[in-house]
Design a protein around this ligand. Structure first.
Ligand SMILES: [Zn+2]
Length: 190
């Protein structure tokens, strides 16, 4: 990972300068000398959904920074207290108006219309502070090709699986889409 080693210079609770341990024996975490806050290098969980319908993939163009205007796989950050499954359903409805439900646990048959399933996860970073993320990617079957773009999405469009843009906004999206398309087109080695 290339994310910054430390997120904070000062304690977010009391503003004291964090102490940086000099050795690596006890990790390289910065710690507040007053309240004991530790700047653990943990990523923020995000979800993304590769939505397919009749041989086409739904991509957005980002309506906001970072990477405004670039192609984007619909998704976003998991919120406090929310399950990952709920984050998938919420983000996709917000951004596309499509309704998705999780495929039955353990089921291995092809997705039915309106279902999503876990695909794979990818570490990455986000935004000007290079915030570390772990991106849980899902695949879904849309029930319909009709959608309504959300307010943080500049544009939504279906792309044939043979002509999916490669210049997606984030590196993990490019890797995930390549892997998905390899599977979809039956030439995957995984
Ligand atoms: Zn503190």
């Amino acid at each position: 990972m290339t994310s910054r080693e430390f997120k904070y210079c000062f304690c977010p609770y009391d503003g004291l300068q964090l102490e940086r341990p000099s050795g690596h024996a006890d990790g390289v975490w910065a710690k507040c000398p007053q309240c004991g806050f530790v700047d653990y290098p943990n990523p923020k969980p995000c979800i993304g959904v590769i939505i397919e319908h009749a041989g086409r993939i739904l991509l957005a163009r980002r309506g906001e920074e970072p990477k405004r205007g670039m192609y984007d796989i619909p998704g976003g950050f998991v919120e406090n207290g929310e399950t990952v499954e709920a984050a998938v359903a919420r983000e996709i409805t917000e951004e596309t108006s499509l309704q998705l439900v999780p495929a039955p646990a353990g089921a291995s048959e092809p997705l039915r219309p309106g279902e999503f399933r876990y695909f794979a996860s990818f570490p990455d970073e986000y935004g000007p502070h290079r915030t570390a993320t772990v991106n849980l990617m899902f695949i879904a079957q849309a029930e319909t090709d009709r959608f309504q773009a959300g307010s943080d999405v500049a544009e939504l469009q279906w792309h044939s699986v043979d002509a999916v843009p490669t210049d997606l906004a984030f590196v993990h999206q490019q890797i995930a889409m390549q892997r998905f398309l390899g599977l979809y087109q039956g030439r995957a080695d995984m």
